[in-house]
Write a protein that binds this ligand. Structure first.
Ligand code: AMP
Ligand code: TRP
Length: 348
């Protein structure tokens, strides 16, 4: 092990290890920023080692243009850096650059049961009506995700609400591996970290649909590449009702669009939804939306500007990713070697 690696906080980690990833497929939006990016940075500030990777192997479970994939990977890395992840403290890397992910995923494919995967709602949503035409990779996607997490023996996994079921599967795979091979406690039970006001940011056009990169309407989401005028216009046009804001959260129960805007405000302002409702009680959206637009522009402008700067300097991003891959491998490789020994694979 090199001196640099042995001095790495990730190698000699304490009891906490934080890990998460974002797929290298298409543009990032406000849901990713509030549900994931911003929270990774907050967790970094707790001092625990943070592993964040770009899930390019997950991205190819649906078709990706080979001419674009590497740039999509750089773009997610740029978003990590721009939102405040510090490559000196956190380990930022492309999933495909650390071979151990694929190795462990295969072993886990043999631990997970078909019945478990059959219950995964994200596969059902993504494969749609023509399940037989989906890739096999899309089906075993959550198994690769379990490998991503358990390779680093991660204890905390910050994600949006939509990933809860995949985290439950990860825990089931960890437990079954430990039992089947008689190695109690080898893999930990990672905790999903799903709190804060914005773990499920909804579409600006429909309060019952998640904000998503696959929504055909660009008006439904705020992209991290949108400029200030576009952000303000999208918020101004966001669907709402005609009522003023209530004086307590209970008053939002039947108002999904209003509830979503309040949650977004709270997350951007680092406060609670209760505090936002108290501040704006009795005011209409004519007052609330411009305040929200100002806040969104103020919070996102430095992030998007830094992303643009980094995307013009791919060599800098590549340096971070190559260094991160090396440090990640120094943690992951010994775990995979140990798994191979536990499973009983041949070695000389
Ligand atoms: P993905 O782009 O699907 O790889 O998602 C990356 C991260 O963003 C995951 O932690 C997701 O749970 C989170 N995320 C995606 N969409 C939303 C949303 N609308 N609200 C909150 N978090 C989200
Ligand atoms: N499936 C996650 C998503 O779509 C991305 C992901 C892949 C992930 N591997 C992970 C998230 C491991 C957390 C931990 O958002």
């Amino acid at each position: 092990m090199s001196d640099a690696a042995s001095a790495d906080p990730a190698v000699y980690a304490g009891p906490r290890r934080i890990l998460s990833g974002i797929q290298a497929s298409g543009a990032l939006h406000l849901g990713n920023y509030l549900g994931a990016l911003k929270r990774f940075t907050a967790l970094q500030e707790t001092g625990a080692p943070v592993f964040v990777f770009v899930a390019d192997m997950h991205a190819i479970t649906v078709w990706q243009d080979p001419q674009k994939l590497a740039d999509q990977t750089r773009e997610i890395a740029a978003a990590y850096l721009a939102s405040g992840l510090d490559p000196a403290r956190s380990i930022i890397f492309p999933q495909s650059a650390v071979r151990a992910h694929a190795d462990l995923a295969w072993v886990f494919n043999c631990v997970a049961r078909l019945g478990w995967l059959d219950r995964m709602t994200q596969f059902k949503e993504k494969s749609g009506k023509h399940k037989e035409r989906a890739s096999v990779g899309l089906y075993t996607y959550p198994v690769l995700q379990a490998a991503d997490i358990l390779l680093y023996k991660a204890t905390e996994v910050p994600v949006g609400e939509d990933q809860k079921q995949h985290l439950e599967l990860t825990r089931d795979i960890a437990a079954k591996f430990n039992t089947d091979f008689g190695v109690p406690g080898f893999f930990p039970q990672p905790e999903p970290v799903i709190h804060g006001p914005a773990t499920r940011v909804m579409s600006l056009r429909d309060g019952s649909a998640k904000m998503s990169k696959s929504d055909p309407s660009d008006q439904s989401r705020i992209n991290l590449t949108d400029d200030a005028d576009t952000i303000a216009a999208k918020i101004r046009k966001a669907r709402t009702d005609a009522e003023p804001l209530p004086d307590s959260l209970d008053g939002l129960a039947e108002r999904p669009e209003a509830r979503n805007l309040v949650a977004i405000y709270a997350a951007l302002a680092n406060t609670s939804r209760e505090a936002v409702v108290e501040q704006f009680a009795g005011q209409g959206f004519g007052a609330f939306k411009p305040a929200l637009a100002d806040l969104a522009v103020e919070a996102l402008a430095p992030v998007t500007a830094e992303m643009r700067r980094l995307m013009n300097d791919p060599a800098e991003i590549d340096r971070v990713l190559a260094d991160g891959a090396e440090r990640a491998a120094s943690v992951a490789d010994p775990v995979v070697e140990e798994v191979k020994r536990i499973v009983g694979f041949w070695r000389a």
